[in-house]
Design a protein around this ligand. Structure first.
Ligand code: GAL
Length: 381
């Protein structure tokens, strides 16, 4: 009889433990032993996870509308978790206000470090000041954070180098330095609220401006300045619309030979516009440039509907960014290779610039497949 009462009491205690959610419910352990097991699970964290540092890193990403940022976010999460950080990863879907609120919530939720790839690089000044006030260091991810002194480090690619590489690719493909031909060209540049876009434009024009000046390149729309060719929020739809307008407005008689675009998303937009206007791959299809070497872009390169892209290994970028997170949280020294170029209006942000690489159908296997970025199977799907 006594035994039965005891066992009923134990069952009741266990049920209470489960109901109030104390301890790891799935172990079914009585409430009074739960604390021990919970300490065990969080410290150990499984065979391939590092011991928890007890620190939380919040990662604010701009959008999931393009594949690259999805990869950037998951690389960062995986690498930070492997080092024992708790990660709060959020996407703002290109909505400036949404990103501001997300960062406010990250601060309120006790983040120890913020990693930010901004939707609008100048729109976060207030929330960055709040972070500084709360003693939370900030790392700028791929896009520079402008007009703030709250940013500690910046991990990115050589953005001017991206523009130069695109320009050189066009120059060499069309042998601009030696040809007696003229080529028509239109420009599709990045978002005016993203410092990367301006730097890319400057690098591109450093190579191409002489050919526009001497008439080797002819831009029939006359739109060659950054102001005239930039596309807000890197919108694929706007790129398509612009390309359609150029084709109907200026290329009814002449063919368009080159779409100089700053982003794979723009290359997709141009592709759709060109198909709509009756251009055919392998016949009169223009040279189309891009940036990011997204999976779809790489497939298009193989199929011939995009000519090249700039491969930016997001795994490498995440690695560099993680060393910066460790530096601000653990007091280590991150590798820095640029202390001059990235003046955000308040300070020159110590940066690490990864090297961008131009890829096309001739070298994608060596660079992208052998580099383990995409498999042949993924590219064949
Ligand atoms: C830029 C970045 C590019 C591209 C673009 C659109 O900031 O430098 O690589 O991803 O955003 O997402």
């Amino acid at each position: 009889m006594k035994k039965r009462v005891l066992s009923l009491m134990l069952t009741a205690i266990m049920a209470m433990g489960l109901a109030v959610g104390c301890g790891p419910a799935d172990t079914g352990a009585p409430a009074d032993t739960a604390a021990d097991t919970s300490a065990e699970t969080s410290d150990d964290g499984g065979a391939d996870k590092a011991a928890s540092t007890g620190k939380k890193v919040a990662v604010a990403m701009p959008t999931q509308s393009s594949e690259r940022w999805i990869n950037d976010g998951s690389n960062m999460k995986q690498k930070l978790e492997a080092l024992g950080y708790e990660v709060d990863l959020q996407y703002a879907e290109d909505d400036v206000q949404a990103q501001v609120s997300q960062i406010e919530n990250m601060i309120a939720a006790g983040a120890d470090c913020l990693v930010i790839a901004a939707v609008d690089s100048s729109a976060l000044v207030n929330v960055e000041a709040q972070a500084k006030e709360a003693g939370i260091p900030i790392i700028a991810y791929d896009r520079l954070l402008m007009d703030t002194d709250a940013v500690s480090y910046y991990a990115t690619f050589d953005n001017k180098g991206v523009g130069t590489a695109i320009g050189k690719y066009i120059e060499e493909s069309k042998d601009l330095a030696n040809t007696s031909e003229t080529y028509t060209i239109e420009f599709f540049m990045g978002s005016p609220d993203d410092n990367n876009a301006v730097m890319l434009y400057n690098g591109l024009m450093e190579v191409l401006q002489p050919y526009l000046d001497d008439g080797t390149l002819v831009c029939k729309s006359g739109r060659t300045s950054f102001e005239d060719t930039c596309i807000l929020r890197w919108s694929q739809e706007t790129a398509q619309q612009n390309c359609e307008n150029y084709l109907t407005g200026f290329y009814a008689n002449d063919k368009l030979d080159i779409c100089a675009t700053a982003f794979d998303g723009f290359a997709y937009g141009c592709k759709a516009a060109l198909e709509g206007a009756g251009y055919k791959v392998g016949e009169d299809w223009p040279l189309i440039t891009g940036q990011d070497a997204e999976l779809m872009a790489t497939k298009n390169i193989i199929a011939g509907s995009q000519t090249m892209s700039i491969y930016k290994d997001t795994r490498l970028l995440a690695d560099k960014c993680v060393t910066m997170v460790q530096a601000v949280l653990e007091g280590s020294e991150p590798e820095i290779n640029d202390k001059e170029q990235y003046d955000n209006g308040k300070l020159v942000v110590p940066s690490y610039l990864c090297t961008p690489v131009a890829v096309d159908k001739d070298n994608y296997k060596k660079i992208i497949v052998d580099g383990g970025y995409y498999t042949e199977e993924q590219l064949a799907e």
